[in-house]
Write a protein that binds this ligand. Sequence first.
Ligand code: NDP
Length: 383
Amino acid sequence: MRTISILGATGSVGASTLDLVRRNRSEWRVVALTANCQAGELAALAREFSAEIAVVGDESCLRDLRAGLAGTNIGAAGGADALVEVAARPVDLTVAAIVGCAGLAPTMAAIEQGGTIALANKEALVSAGEVMTVALAKHGATLLPIDSEHNAIFQCLQGHALSDVASITLTASGGPFRTWSAEAIAAATPAQAVAHPNWDMGAKISVDSATMFNKGLELIEAHHLFPVGLDRLKIVVHPQSVIHSMVEYRDGSTLAQLGPADMRVPIASCLAWPRRMDTPMPPLDLAAIGELTFFAPDEERFPATRLARAAAEQGGAAPAVLNAANEIAVAAFLAGNIAFSEIAVTVERVLSANLPEPPRCLEDVLAVDAEARARARHVLEIA
Ligand code: NDP
């Protein structure tokens, strides 16, 4: 039996992970499950999986969590420090699936244990790329990418040397507004933005897919995970989401990973790594899919990938600033306070100010993140 902790258990990635664990109950012992404030849902999961401890990030929800766990011997805790403490408990696999930079400190705590981390929380790696990379090497931790594109690249690189890579191509579905005019995109509503054509995901990443910031964040993520140089990282729009990414080698061979657009495939790859496990999806039926198409990204209508590439080139604090500004702008958009088109405008404005010194440790990254959030709120004139 292997031990597992799932940070962000009540989310979309958390649910897909727990679905696979549920189908293989005899193979896993669940140590910790965490959420932010969905205390009732978290308590139900902790009961179902006989977790050792359940933690809510928002301390004000601890009372509800305790009520939901009454009569069990499952531990309960709340608050940011409790999340870090529980993430530091040694386990065979930590699934890092909190959304946003809120997941950074717990993910770093798991890395410092030197364990294996299946990372979905892309914002953490984008904000703290260098700091996290150094920590991974220092503590001998293993990072397995859950993000479908990076998981695809990870698979295509097995048995090959990075020095033989000519280029890496991230595929992008193009999101729900791929074919929309700039005017229509500018006026898009939150309901339209979260209605992704191929993937069923949490609200924040769905908006990121609609703006293409998701692909921008993934470009920065790939830059840290697969250091072949930014000039070798490409993006292509592939609306069918069948090819999840590709690696081209210097001999002219391109390896691609294909699969259903269901996160249980890359999550299964991490859970079973370096082996394979069954998943419940029907096999890919290429004849039924019929055709796979590809387009160059349109950075006029979707400036996010241009901004992300520039932030990656600039390095230092720029990726953390881009991420923080985007998180604030997406939250404001989802709350109905700003227009869709203001998300990228806000990120660009926050990035164009003087940037803080490059972060050297977790505390530095968190300080850069807090300052950029404050600046984004100021730009948006929200409290
Ligand atoms: P969801 O919004 O569905 O879930 C987020 C999880 O994080 C929930 O458990 C939520 O708890 C918890 N959470 C939110 N805010 C905080 C906080 N401040 N402190 C502690 N916990 C918090 O997100 P997704 O599952 O869609 O995404 C999770 C991560 O995985 C993101 O970084 C996303 O970019 C990445 N990812 C997601 C994919 C997907 O298909 N969904 C694909 C690839 C990557 P609560 O329920 O209580 O709010």
